[in-house]
Write a protein that binds this ligand. Structure first.
Ligand code: HEM
Length: 425
């Protein structure tokens, strides 16, 4: 907890700011050339060869694998590894002896764990055919396979958090004791949380190129970076919950099918307090891997993201817990359920609106690119979940509860993609 409370400062996703030699087609280049301009293939023409390449990013970075490679027109590497990373700058010495067009390929990870890659060209003496074309690699982009794996890992992480922490938290608040059926759901959630981690690692390395997905250098660098540290914390939190959850059990066994008397044996308070601390800690850890660093001050972003995730967990977990309770026929306090529903809705909407305000400059999703459009779709499902949840609470009908669960799953699908994409701001 102490370690994660002292994060390095960062913005969401590292993006290219400038380089030496400069990228004629970089996002901040003046004048802004279209990507299909032939000068993007050959870059700036320099009279003599530089001795090093340096690239400055929008936030502190660490290198993944070779970090910065420079390819001669023949495809031969002319950089002298290892490349260096100092704060927001990456650099590498080069040894150029022939004229022609050279291609610089970089791949880094931002402090908030998002990977990024890009390339640009420069020419010495006169342009020639570059070893690799600039097509298909845009600055700061990741591969579609990497984005898909990152997103899948996030779905599992959010779903696992809801099933493990959400279900237990909800049942501790609204029902005692916790029936074995609920415990099975919690164990499933812990398993899903653990399963998400190897996928997240593959997503991280595949984001730089499918050929690098299983490369030991790249995997090693990812594990040694802030991504690896957060991954370790997440695995530890899931295992700690697995160790802790039996202490939250009642001392006697409650059959799934038999109605339980109410109220039953109280859960040990110390275990419940440890559980609450663990749920908060995992939400905070997760916030560091999203876009919390876009907020100023940064701790506010961490708090807002963690609250958003916890409210999602309690909402979805509460619904799953209520369905399990209905199936296993154990008692729930309905006044507490209504209170939990109102609180999770208020917290998720307030924190969600705060994040949207920070990340979007324009209120129109059409004007804010893919991130804004995915957010717009997510909001439609939020409205559907609110409507179905309200009907489910009023009528206590299973079909509305199932529709609410469907809408919440769609929200998670959209949210996983949202936090894998670079926000407009
Ligand atoms: C007015 C309602 C809401 C708004 C405006 C909103 C907005 C947002 C935004 C902007 C993000 C992306 C944060 C980032 O880029 O780092 C996000 C993430 C997320 N949202 Fe929402 N949201 C709302 C309601 C909900 C609800 C009701 C749920 C589920 C019950 C939910 C679940 C999530 C999850 C799981 C994430 C990813 C985790 C995180 O970044 O904290 N959201 N939301």
């Amino acid at each position: 907890v102490l370690l994660i409370l002292t994060p390095a400062s960062a913005l969401a996703h590292a993006s290219y700011v400038r380089s030496d030699p400069p990228d004629l087609c970089g996002p901040l280049a003046v004048p802004q050339l279209p990507p299909n301009d032939p000068r993007c293939q050959t870059g700036i023409v320099m009279p003599s060869a530089p001795s090093a390449i340096s690239i400055t990013f929008s936030e502190p970075i660490s290198l993944l694998g070779p970090g910065v490679r420079v390819l001669a027109p023949s495809g031969r590497r002319v950089d002298k590894p290892p490349a260096q990373a100092h704060g927001a700058q990456a650099s590498v010495a080069i040894n150029i002896s022939e004229p022609g067009t050279y291609v610089v390929i970089w791949q880094v990870e931002s402090a908030d764990t998002h990977p990024a890659r890009g390339q640009f060209a420069f020419s010495v003496g006169q342009p020639s055919k570059p070893a690799v074309s600039a097509e298909g690699l845009s600055v700061g982009a990741v591969t579609p396979a990497g984005l898909a794996l990152q997103t899948l890992a996030r779905w599992l992480r959010f779903g696992g958090y809801a099933l493990a922490f959400g279900v237990l938290g909800f049942l501790l608040l609204a029902a005692r004791p916790i029936a074995p059926a609920a415990r099975r759901v919690v164990n499933c959630g812990i398993l899903v949380l653990l399963l998400a981690e190897p996928l997240a690692l593959l997503g991280q390395t595949a984001s730089l190129g499918l050929d690098q997905m299983l490369e030991s250098d790249v995997i090693g660098d990812a594990l040694a970076s802030s991504f690896g540290r957060l991954m370790g914390f997440r695995i530890a939190a899931a295992l700690l919950l697995w160790v802790l959850s039996p202490s939250l059990q009642p001392s006697r066994r409650i059959p799934d099918s038999a109605p339980s008397p109410e109220p039953a044996a109280p859960h040990p308070r110390a275990a419940a307090a440890a559980f609450a601390a663990l749920a908060v800690a995992l939400a905070v850890i997760d916030a560091f891997g999203q876009h919390a660093a876009s907020f100023r001050p940064e701790w506010l972003g961490v708090a807002v993201h963690a609250l958003h995730l916890m409210s999602m967990g309690l909402w979805l977990g509460g619904l799953a817990g209520a369905l399990v309770a209905r199936h296993a026929q154990f008692h729930l306090r309905h006044s507490t359920i209504a209170l939990i529903a109102a609180t999770t809705l208020a917290v998720s909407a307030t924190t969600g609106l705060a994040m949207a305000a920070v990340h979007l400059q324009s209120p129109s999703p059409v004007l804010t690119g893919t991130y804004g459009q995915v957010l717009g779709i997510k909001q439609l499902f939020v409205l559907a979940a609110i409507a179905a949840g309200w009907l489910a609470l009023r009528g206590r009908r299973k079909k509305w509860a199932l529709s609410e669960a469907g809408a919440l799953l769609c929200i998670i699908v959209a949210a996983g993609l949202l936090v894998s994409l670079p926000p407009p701001h």
